[in-house]
Design a protein around this ligand. Sequence first.
Ligand SMILES: [Fe+2]
Ligand SMILES: [Fe+2]
Length: 121
Amino acid sequence: MMKTSELIWQDAQHQTLFRLLDDLRREEFDCSVIHQLRLYADHHFCLEEAYMQELQYPKMMQHIQAHNRFREELGQLSRDPDNLSHQIRTSLSQFLEEWLKRHIFGVDKEFEAFVLASSRK
Ligand SMILES: [Fe+2]
Ligand SMILES: [Fe+2]
């Protein structure tokens, strides 16, 4: 069974995602950032989803759907990474950052509370 301290990975991974979104809007930009972002987001989402499955989290399906929308956005982004202007990258980065903040302070927090409550049982 998981312990409270094991939730530390979640915060650390969220920080990495924000850092990659910062990289996305840098003027000097390497298009491998998009690839990294996509892989890392997927890795993070899969880990949360594995925990949800293990704990039989009642709101798992909605949460996975939210992750899938983000996965789709990143999929669109990686179609033609060389032709993204700085302006487009900036607005995409802001859009994804807003999304991530809402997700983290909304459904991720809710899930975290559920994990903490189940670890006390
Ligand atoms: Fe998350
Ligand atoms: Fe999540």
